[in-house]
Every structure is written in structure tokens, then in C-alpha cells.
Design a protein around this ligand. Structure first.
Ligand code: FPP
Length: 238
């Protein structure tokens, strides 16, 4: 689409890896591996087309309930990616990719938390776009974490309860300082938010598709953006 508006922030729920693997008689971990390749491709493409912020839902607070071998395979994939990100530090900096790991850090293996910190530190001067990877992320837990910080400020007398604003709550979330998502994409034929960016998505547009995440292509992202351009966003007005 000519002259299309690029959403400032896109959220993506990377769903359907397990079904993709099942269709091919492969273990679920192979679906996640294929999904990780697509994640990298879409991450690069987002920068190329000028998206300023993109958030990928990689592991939810509920995903710990999966069989231990699947959890292990996902953690190994994250480690592998972090290793690659460090090898390609220069390349990623040139691409302008600033990485953030959003989620509840407690519960994540220590070595992974350290890799998250190093990757964030090494990419902090990149200035083209922000890439959030949500790991051990839950929207309700994010709000709860923020609330605890605000409550502590109230207890310490730094703020009065009546001075708490919506902006203050936004500023205490993992996505502080980033725009709310304009568009949330969920492939794999599921029509729910699954605790993803629940505060931030108050006015987001949603794009659903039956494509399984490992089959998702840059052309699908373009299609979602084109459809977004045909939406009439009124933000409660007329
Ligand atoms: C949901 O599909 C997907 C996940 C729980 C994992 C998503 C993670 C990745 C794509 C890897 C990302 C990698 C990096 C490095 C960030 P599902 O397993 O629930 O699929 P199903 O509903 O078909 O079973």
C-alpha cells in the first residue's frame, strides 16, 4: 500500500509452533526452533520498514506449566539467541536494534538473566528501534509489580494516593517510555490476548490469522499493516 502509516508499536503473540511441528510429525521443540528463525526475520524486517517498537511474546508466566523438556528447549533457544546476539553485536547495532527483556526476572535461570542484562547493555546505544522480548511475562503480574512500586512510594510519603495517574501506572510497567501498541497480531487461529500487554492494549487494533507462527512471513506483516491502515481509530471519539 502506497503511503501507508507504519504503526509505532506492534505486539506479536508468536503462537502455533506446536501445531506446526505436529503437522510434520516433529517434536514440539522443532516448532519452537522454526519459530525462533521467523522471530529473527520479522525482527529485522520490522526495522527495515521503520517500526519504532516491536514486542514479541516468547514465554508467558503460564508457560512454566508445560512439560519440563519443552521449557528446557525454549530456555536453550533463548540462550542460543543471546549468544548469537553477542556475536552479531556490531551488526545489530548497525541495524539500530535496542533490546529489552520484559517480564518478571525472578524465576528465570540466573545465567539467562545475566545474558539479558549483557544484551540490553550492549545494545543500549542503538537508536533506530526498540525490540522487546517478553519472557516470563504476564500482563497482570506486570501491573502488580508496578503497583507494588507505587504503593511503596505512597508508604514512603513520596506521593499521595489521589495523585496517582494513568500515566504514572504506564510509567511503572516494563514498557515504560514506549508508546502503547497500535496493533497486536496473533496468528494460529486463536482469538484472545492471553495476558499480553493488557494495560497497554486498551486502544490497540487486533489482527488475527490462521497462519501458524513458523509459517509467518514479512508479507504477512505487511498485510497486517495494510489492514491496520484501513481501520478507523476513534479512541472513544466520533
Ligand atoms: C506458542 O506456541 C509459542 C510459545 C510458547 C513459544 C514462542 C517462542 C518462540 C517462537 C521462540 C522465540 C525465540 C526467541 C529467541 C525470542 P505453542 O507452542 O503454544 O503452539 P501450539 O498452540 O500450536 O501448541
Amino acid at each position: 500500500m502506497e503511503n501507508r502509516k507504519i504503526p509505532a508499536h506492534i505486539g506479536i503473540i508468536m503462537d502455533g509452533n506446536g501445531r506446526w511441528a505436529k503437522q510434520r510429525n516433529l517434536p514440539r521443540s522443532e516448532g519452537h526452533k522454526a519459530g525462533a528463525k521467523v522471530f529473527k526475520q520479522i525482527c529485522d524486517y520490522a526495522g527495515e520498514i521503520g517500526i519504532k517498537c516491536i514486542t514479541f511474546y516468547a514465554f508467558s508466566t503460564e508457560n512454566w506449566r508445560r512439560p519440563p523438556e519443552e521449557v528446557q528447549a525454549l530456555m536453550d533457544l533463548f540462550r542460543e539467541y543471546m549468544g548469537e546476539a553477542q556475536e552479531r553485536q556490531e551488526e545489530n547495532l548497525q541495524k539500530g536494534m535496542r533490546m529489552h527483556f520484559i517480564g518478571h526476572r525472578e524465576g528465570i535461570p540466573d545465567d539467562l538473566n545475566e545474558l539479558f542484562d549483557t544484551t540490553e547493555e550492549e545494545s543500549k546505544d542503538a537508536d533506530k528501534y526498540d525490540v522487546n522480548i517478553a519472557i516470563n511475562y504476564g500482563g497482570r503480574l506486570e501491573i502488580l509489580d508496578g503497583f507494588k512500586k507505587i504503593a511503596a512510594d505512597v508508604k514512603d510519603g513520596k506521593i499521595n494516593p489521589e495523585d496517582i495517574t494513568e500515566q504514572m501506572i504506564s510509567d511503572h510497567l516494563y514498557t515504560a517510555g514506549e508508546p502503547d501498541p497500535d496493533l497486536i497480531i496473533r496468528p494460529s487461529g486463536e482469538y484472545r490476548l492471553s495476558n499480553f500487554l493488557i494495560w497497554q492494549s486498551a486502544y490497540s487494533e487486533f489482527w488475527f490469522s490462521d497462519i501458524l507462527w513458523p509459517d509467518f512471513t514479512p508479507a504477512d506483516l505487511d498485510k497486517a499493516i495494510d489492514d491496520f491502515n484501513n481501520r478507523n481509530r476513534r479512541f472513544g471519539g466520533v
